[in-house]
Write a protein of this length. Structure first.
Length: 547
């Protein structure tokens, strides 16, 4: 008789779960939560989502609805309470529906329970959010109730994936197959401190996630934390650590951990990005460093927070091979929408660095832009090629540079501001420079820095063609700004010095003494001559070489 009773009760419980709507619970309802065993998987890695309930009473059966991003995650399997019966979960259109019930005359369960552990496989890089939607509970009398917790948990999927690399062949690229994810939890004995109190943690290339427990002694007192391997280094300033602390509650911070994800991009994906870069940049592009997908997160219990913008820039430093040309390489942010954003930085001792406002996918690319009207025999070929690689100069079209074309005052100002990486904190007060003008930000930045002062009656004359003496005056003001001044000993002369305006004479002679400017012919400067695009590019290049 007992066996005959079990199945009908089980079916009734399932019917109560699936068919009857149930009562919506209000205040004092059971609580539910989600937790992840891995908040930073690589592509093809797995994430286990644990669904837990607390303050439960007489739970005989339940239905769970877990929503996920099908573009980022793929359902794999599940595990639940071994006692009872579970339907095979439905996983359609970004939602897993799992139904579970006890069997027979067993009483319902009470207290805090693990309801299910659902495993997903990461499909694509980016933020993947899991949301616990409607939960239906059935008690031992088959009375049902409904809770909608709307609890979420977030994983950040990095783009590194497993693969095969036999190490053979004649490739000179630096990308290798991404290593299996390996996590290092920092302890105070793994930290090296310098005399200023800065921390440094050096890891092997296999480590792709570094965990900083918030209870590490002195974590919030260090000016910065340097984390790196042989290929890449990150310098995280104290302001970013304090930013995380301020965003977390006191309870979360006490039991939390900061996770720095450093996932190398696979060779296959790197090759795809290089081909994409050729199309986007319209240039010859080659890889000059390992590409990395970085992420910064904070985890406390079931809560995970992705830090998607920094209170203060984080410095990234990539190692580059000997063959890389320092004047053609730059750090690039390879965005999710297919763009390649150049990050201005510095090169020293086979390393190139840049400042990051957020984490994402970054790497070093060597870019060689060719213009059909600037052949290798052109006197400014190397200069234009190098400045184009740094996106300091642009062509007049995708394939032409127009080296002999004249330059306006606005165009040279924009060129100079881009080269120096200046930004405006104020406004331009010239009567003939409007906020909607394309050159407004650059003119405002140059005016704020004292590089441009305008002409009579508070006008700038942005569309006027710039003369060689005007160009040199602006350049020398920029040189003084960046170098702290010009030695009075350094000076040179031109045979047509008498034709140079008095307000420009000192600037021109000092520029000559610094070898920043040359005459056009036979010692003639030609101060009133109109500057060409090639001459402007050469002047900017000379300036950057001196700074």
């Amino acid at each position: 008789m007992r066996q005959r009773f079990l199945i009908p009760l089980q079916l009734l419980a399932v019917m109560a779960i699936l068919i009857f709507p149930g009562t919506v619970l209000g205040a004092g309802s059971p609580a539910f939560s989600l937790s992840l065993n891995n908040a930073g998987p690589a592509v093809d890695g797995t994430v286990q989502v644990t669904v837990s309930g607390s303050n439960l009473s007489d739970v005989y059966g339940y239905e769970l609805n877990l929503e996920f991003d099908p573009a980022k995650m793929e359902y794999v399997t599940y595990k639940d309470d071994s006692s009872g019966w579970t339907s095979v979960p439905m996983a359609d259109d970004g939602k897993v529906t799992l139904v579970h019930t006890l069997t027979g005359e067993n009483p319902g369960k009470n207290g805090d329970l693990t309801l299910a552990v659902i495993t997903f496989k990461a499909k694509a890089s980016g933020e993947a959010v899991f949301t616990l939607g409607k939960v239906k509970l059935v008690d031992s009398t088959l009375k049902s109730s409904v809770v909608t917790p709307a609890k979420t948990a977030t994983a950040f999927v990095a783009s590194g994936s497993s693969g095969n690399n036999d190490g053979g062949g004649g490739s000179t690229g630096t990308s290798s197959t991404a290593n299996p994810e390996e996590t290092l939890t920092a302890t105070i004995d793994k930290v090296t401190k310098d005399s200023a109190g800065n921390w440094s943690i050096i890891v092997s290339n296999k480590v792709t996630a570094i965990i900083l427990p918030t209870q590490l002694e002195g974590l919030l007192q260090t000016p910065s934390i340097t984390i790196g391997n042989e290929q890449v280094t990150l310098v995280i300033p104290a302001e970013v650590l304090k930013q995380i602390r301020n965003q977390a509650s006191a309870e979360q911070w006490t039991k939390g951990q900061i996770i720095i994800h450093m996932n190398p991009v696979s060779a296959v994906q790197a090759a795809q990005l290089i081909e994409q870069g050729k199309d986007v940049l319209g240039a010859s592009v080659s890889q000059a460093s390992e590409m990395y997908d970085f992420a910064l997160s904070f985890s406390a219990g079931t809560e995970t927070m992705i830090i998607d913008h920094f209170a203060e820039p984080v410095t990234v430093m990539f190692s580059v091979p000997d063959a890389a040309d320092p004047e053609l390489i730059s750090v690039f942010h390879m965005t999710g929408n297919g763009m390649f954003e150049l990050i201005r930085g510095t090169y020293s001792n086979k390393k190139i660095s840049g400042s990051l406002q957020h984490f994402s996918l970054y790497g070093v690319l060597e870019v060689r832009k060719q213009f059909t009207d600037v052949p290798a025999t052109h006197w400014a070929y190397e200069t234009i090629t190098k400045l184009a690689a740094k996106q300091i100069v642009n062509g007049t079209s995708p394939t032409a540079f127009a080296p002999a074309q004249s330059v306006t005052r606005a165009e040279f100002t924009a060129l100079l501001v881009r080269a120096l990486g200046l930004t405006a904190g104020g406004t331009a007060s010239f009567q003939d420079v409007a906020a909607e003008d394309w050159f407004y930000p650059e003119v405002a930045a140059a005016a704020e820095a004292g590089i441009v002062q305008g002409k009579n009656n508070n006008v700038f004359e942005p569309d006027s063609l710039i003369t060689r003496e005007e160009m040199v005056v602006m350049m020398m003001r920029a040189y003084s700004l960046k170098s702290g001044g010009v030695s009075t000993v350094l000076s040179g002369s031109f045979s047509d010095e008498s034709e140079i305006a008095l307000w420009a004479l000192e600037y021109v002679t000092k520029a000559k003494g610094l070898n920043l400017v040359q005459g056009r012919s036979a010692g003639m400067f030609e101060p009133k001559g109109i500057a060409s695009r090639a001459e402007a590019a050469q002047l900017i290049y000379n300036l950057l070489k001196q700074l």
